[in-house]
Design a binder for this molecule. Structure first.
Ligand code: GLC
Length: 562
């Protein structure tokens, strides 16, 4: 029976490598997570999404899984995990696991067997094709490129065959046409749900169905060469329905799919309730409002209109037929307060609380990335050596390979690198920010941890965490905040974002100033005598029939009931 508990859920994302290191070995671990569950609960979260905890050689930090049914030793044991589930449940926190189904690690026994033995049935678990001889040169089967730069095909030893990898070459794409692969994943999902897991976040899910026959791609406008062969493929809906029927629907589960550049129609079909596929997907379009064409390293001045379009479109299309998610950060993005042309130095509290208000008061489930609730900022990186994410290096090599000066390439990386959000959480101003007891950490600790850390925020008069608590309480309990329809106001305004949420007779109005200047804003007539439900500045200044919004000021009004 589906209770649809997700509708007023608040999800907190933990990236286990960097949350809390309990045994002082430099890596975060399960015990460390357990020690901070009260902190997550007190914030107002109702569920936790754990980035991969599975056994992995970590070429892509957990997203290359070598055993889908085992917990990686560096994080703890299976008993530790089971205790984590119990500890979450005893606090009424749901457990959402990450699940990477598009590819496995090349160290997975399936892949090892497939390569070692050409007759093995595991050969057909992967996508293996013959290369093409051009004179005496062996070229990959197609010209597709990996999401992580370079060809998407890796030659198998000295043979003339290649395997497909749409990400790192250590992440081999699985062949979902093979019913055995689908059977494995049905079994894996059931295995974890039997352990009490309440839901899954499906990694790049809309790439599992490929388009056959394979061919070169010459679409110049495509986001990624080859994309039309592996994004929203023809069997996507069938595969998702199968997972639903044989696994997900048997439990009171919740799913969120991380979609990779889906078409609008496909995105809606995945979450249309009547289709019985996924409960929600992530839509990241609004997060591209400060980069060029979704290429997150290429910075451009923040475009609020683009942000609004990306934020509101999925709310409108899913309303009434499905459900939506609301995201500001995750382990693949930089810190939100360090983006969007924000003046973080002077207005970190105001900007962090404004961003949360205008994003999370929309229609959908708030997803909060660890550390965001205290306004952690990007990390000061001084050299490429300090970046651990392989993608940072691939992109840097690509840029410098094309002749871009190293300094310039590094400056792009410093803007968009995923590493920013992967550094250890600064809990206090002690050694290593209290992430551990002083052992060298797997990834640099942010040098600003002396000033910006969880303890400092909690003891500050202007605490971002405490603001989040109030905001999330509204999100969990206010009917209009949960079920209301979103109506946007003043779309063309380049400084202010504004919308209402209405459910039955209850109406809220949300407004936020995205600029560091004071802006006079004309409130809609019905809001003028409304009450203030929440604001990030004390008091409100009126000027005639309008209000004067201070830098990054945000407010939620509730209409007076007559
Ligand atoms: C998703 C993950 C990302 C990972 C990629 C490949 O985008 O969020 O961290 O690198 O998939 O698995």
């Amino acid at each position: 029976m589906k209770t649809e508990w997700f509708k007023n859920a608040v999800v907190y994302q933990v990236y286990p490598f960097s949350f809390r290191d309990s045994n002082n070995d430099g890596w975060g671990d399960i015990e460390g997570i357990i020690s901070k569950l009260d902190y997550i609960k007190d914030l107002g979260a109702t569920a936790i999404w754990f980035s991969p905890l599975y056994k992995s050689p970590d070429y892509d930090y957990g997203y290359d899984i070598a055993d889908y049914k085992a917990i990686d030793e560096k994080f703890g044991t299976m008993q530790d995990f089971e205790r984590l589930v119990d500890e979450c449940h005893s606090r009424d926190l749901k457990v959402i696991m990450d699940m990477v189904m598009n590819h496995s690690s090349i160290e997975h026994p399936w892949f090892k067997e497939a390569i070692a033995n050409p007759e093995s049935p595991y050969r057909d678990y992967y996508i293996i094709r013959k290369g093409r001889w051009k004179k005496d040169k062996l070229l990959p089967p197609t010209n597709w490129i990996s999401s992580f730069t370079g060809t998407a095909w890796e030659r198998i030893g000295e043979t003339d065959e290649f395997y497909l990898h749409l990400f790192c070459r250590e992440q081999a794409d699985l062949n979902w046409e093979n019913p055995e692969v689908r059977r494995e994943f049905v079994e894996i999902l059931n295995y974890w749900m039997d352990k009490g897991v309440d839901g899954f976040r499906f990694d790049v899910f809309n790439m599992i169905s490929k388009v056959y026959p394979f061919a070169d791609d010459f679409d110049k406008k495509a986001f990624q060469r080859g994309g039309r062969f592996f994004i929203d493929g023809p069997r996507m809906h069938e595969f998702l329905k199968e997972l639903n029927e044989k696994a997900l629907s048997r439990y009171d589960s919740y799913t969120v799919g991380e979609s990779y550049h889906p078409s609008r129609e496909a995105a809606l079909a995945y979450v249309r309730k009547s289709n019985k596929e996924l409960d929600t997907i992530f839509d990241f379009n609004h997060l591209d409002a400060d980069n060029i064409d979704g290429k997150k390293f290429f910075w451009k001045p923040f475009d609020l209109l683009q942000f609004k379009k990306g934020l509101f479109e999925p709310q409108a299309s899913t309303y009434g037929c499905g459900w939506n998610t609301l995201v500001l950060e995750n382990h693949d993005t930089p810190r939100s307060v360090s983006r969007f042309s924000i003046d973080t130095r002077h207005y970190r509290y105001e900007a962090a609380t404004m961003l949360a208000t205008v994003t999370y008061m929309g229609f959908g489930i708030p997803f909060i990335y660890m550390g965001q609730e205290v306004g952690l900022t990007n990390c000061q990186f001084d050299s490429m050596d300090e970046l651990k994410d392989p993608v940072s290096h691939f992109v840097y090599d690509l840029m410098t390979g094309y002749g871009m000066p190293k300094k310039l390439a590094f400056s792009f990386l410093k803007y968009g690198a995923r590493d920013h959000n992967r550094v250890p959480i600064a809990w206090d101003d002690s050694v290593n920010g209290g992430f551990n007891e002083g052992h060298e950490t797997w990834q640099k600790v942010n040098p600003n941890h002396k000033e910006i850390n969880v303890a400092a925020d909690l003891s500050s008069e202007k605490s971002i965490y405490r603001y989040y608590q109030q905001l999330l309480k509204i999100k969990r309990t206010d009917e209009a905040a949960i079920y209301g329809e979103t109506v946007e106001y003043d779309h063309a305004n380049r400084k202010v974002i504004a919308y209402s949420r209405q459910y039955n007779r209850r109406r809220l109005f949300v407004v936020g100033n995205f600029s560091k200047s004071t802006v006079r804003y004309e409130l809609p007539v019905w809001v003028r005598d409304a009450d203030i439900l929440l604001d990030n500045y004390p008091g409100l200044e009126w000027k005639g029939s309008g209000v004067v919004l201070k830098p990054y000021q945000a407010l939620i009004f509730e209409e007076k009931q007559v």
